[in-house]
Structures are given as C-alpha cells and as structure tokens.
Design a protein around this ligand. Sequence first.
Ligand SMILES: Nc1ncnc2c1ncn2[C@@H]1O[C@H](COP(=O)(O)OP(=O)(O)O)[C@@H](O)[C@H]1O
Ligand SMILES: [Mg+2]
Length: 366
Amino acid sequence: MDKQQRFEELHPDVFFLTSEQPTQLADFLRQCGWIVADEAVQRIEKPGEGNMNYVLRVGTDRQSFIVKQSRPWVEKYPQLDAPIERIIVEAQFYDALSEVAGLQSYIPALKGFKAQHFMMAVEDLGEASDFTNNYKKSEQITPAELADLIQFISGLHQVSIGQLQVPFPDNQALKTLNAEHIFNYPYLEDNGFDLDTVQPGLQTLATTYKKDETLKKKIQKLGEVYLGEGGTLLHGDYYPGSWLRTAKGTRIIDPEFAYVGCAEFDLGVLVAHLRMAQTDDAVIRAGLEAYDLTTRTFDHALFAGFCGAEILRRIIGLAQLPLDLTLEEKEHLLLWAAASVLNPETNPYLTGLPEKDSVPSIDKKE
Ligand SMILES: Nc1ncnc2c1ncn2[C@@H]1O[C@H](COP(=O)(O)OP(=O)(O)O)[C@@H](O)[C@H]1O
Ligand SMILES: [Mg+2]
C-alpha cells in the first residue's frame, strides 16, 4: 500500500499533502485561506531534506510559503510509527514566540494552522541550507553564527511559561519515541542494527558502552529526567538540522520536539553537536559565555549527562549523522562522552555562574 492509501484509510477526512496533485492542492490552499481565489500556484517543490514530516514550498503569482504536514509515521522511515499530533507542538511553539521580541526574528512567521489536517503554513525563509554540512572538518560554524544560536536559545529559555496564552502541550508521545532512541536503543546489544555498515569497526567500539552497566544506569536516569517535567520552554531538537543559513541570517526551525523541561537538555544537545562538528574549542567556550546563567539555576551534571548521552547515541544509535570522523576520532569522542556522563566534572563547558568580578558591585562606595 502506498503512503497516500495508508493515510486515507487511517484519516479519511484529512487532506493528504502531496506535490503530485497540484490542482487539488491549490483548491485546498484556497479553502484554508492561504491563497486567494484568483491566485495561481506556479511552483510546488521540496524545500530541503527533512526527516519526520512532509514539507513543500508553494510558489504562487504573489507569494511563496512552506506547508508542513505530520503523518502517523516518520516520513523518512515510514515503517516507524510517530504521533501525528506533533504538528500542534510546532505550530504552538511558533505562535508562542511570535510576539517575543528578540526571538521572533529568528523563526518563520506562522501563516496558518489547520489542526484537523495536521498541517501548518509558515513563512518561506528563502533558499537556505541547514547546518549539517558543518559536520565536515573543512566547514566551521563561525563565531557570529554561534552567537546567534546562543542568543536564540538563551532568550528562549527566559520565556515565562506562566505567561503563555495557551498551556504548552506536554508532547509526551513524541518524547517517549525520542527517549527510546536516545536512552535505550543504542545500549541494546542485539538491537539488529549493525554499526559496521556505518563504519567498519564501529560495532566492536560500541560493545564497550553496551556492556557498561554503570553507564547504562546513569543514561536511564537521564532518560527519566527527559521524560519528566521542568520549568523551561525548550526547542527540544537543537542541532544543525534545525538551524538554517539564510540570506537574512541564522534561523531556527523544526520545533516539533519542544516541551517544557530542563534547559540543560537543549544545551547538552547543542554542545554535543558542536563537538561532533569539531567546532574549535575556543569558539565553543567564547560562544557559551553569552548564555545567560544569571537568572536561573543550572545543573552542570545534568547538562554534562545530556551532552554525553547525545554524542553516544549519535555515534552508536540509529539516528546517524553525516559525521566526518575516523574510527579513532569516534573512539576519542565516545570516551569523552561517557566520561561526561559518569564524571560530569570532566565536561569543561558551562561550569557555572559568571565570575563575581564581572557583576557590577553596588555596595562599594569609596
Ligand atoms: N520556513 C522555511 N523556509 C525555508 N526552508 C524551509 C523552511 N522550513 C523548512 N525548510 C526546508 O525544508 C527542510 C525540512 O523541513 P523541516 O521542518 O526540518 O522538516 P522535518 O520535520 O521533516 O525535519 C528543512 O531542512 C529546510 O531545508
Ligand atoms: Mg528537520
């Protein structure tokens, strides 16, 4: 059965988004009010590589925008089920941030949302590429780009949850799926995924970690924290695939994994990917200084745990990345990551509050 048949059997009254039926699509867009009656659809194309969802760019005689639909599976691996409601999270994230000064300019404007069709329309950020080419040794994230990434995430983590107009969804079903791939699956000895197909020798390398009971216990604890609650609105998938390089600057997309949790998760993931992208250590440290730790409590061990766990799962788990690392480099990174989980003090990033001296003092009047 093809995807469309499968979808229509499960959701008979829902419009199935596809580039293959342009007339029906144009009618649907008119019904949604996303294009006007006499507006002609001239272009329908895939805007870039995605993972989970079906995404199209629609060009008309007067505008261009992006349409995104979630389906009850992972678009790239349709044999894997995924909670279809995830698009609600994404639309609500964009909506919540649309009025926040300092953040709104980093995200596409939400043009419309049709919950009953699991579909949203957002501003087209133009021909853009995500940051996944930065995993290549030769392609470095610049300090200015990292400054943008830190500024956005720092600002996001300051958003006051109590002031959101609609309570943010707990996103539990998608988090449960994600937790399986971060905290469990990579550590199963017989999970059916032969890591030697990624890189010869990787399977043997992974065995050490799959057999490390102390590590596995810690990882499981981190999974429990991830699945629990917190007080901070997170992006939830803050890695190069969610960062876009556009003509107007750095932009952040794809917040379907967003939830209210611990800031340490977003930061751990961010630093993990900077490490895997072989970002210069001085650049990472300088960049992180701009993250505002002054108005929050910060659990360095939790951050270091999430950071290590993300590196481990990207190297020995299913969700592989185009990493430009030799087996030996992966071995070093795995060792570093496991140490970060087991002995968090070995993780040198975000170790604490800014030095007291850098805070202006008001009680010293000479
Ligand atoms: N608003 C946008 N403007 C321009 N390009 C976009 C926009 N949203 C997505 N894209 C492109 O489409 C790709 C897939 O979109 P994304 O939201 O990441 O889907 P998925 O959830 O399937 O990963 C992105 O990597 C990017 O290249
Ligand atoms: Mg994506």
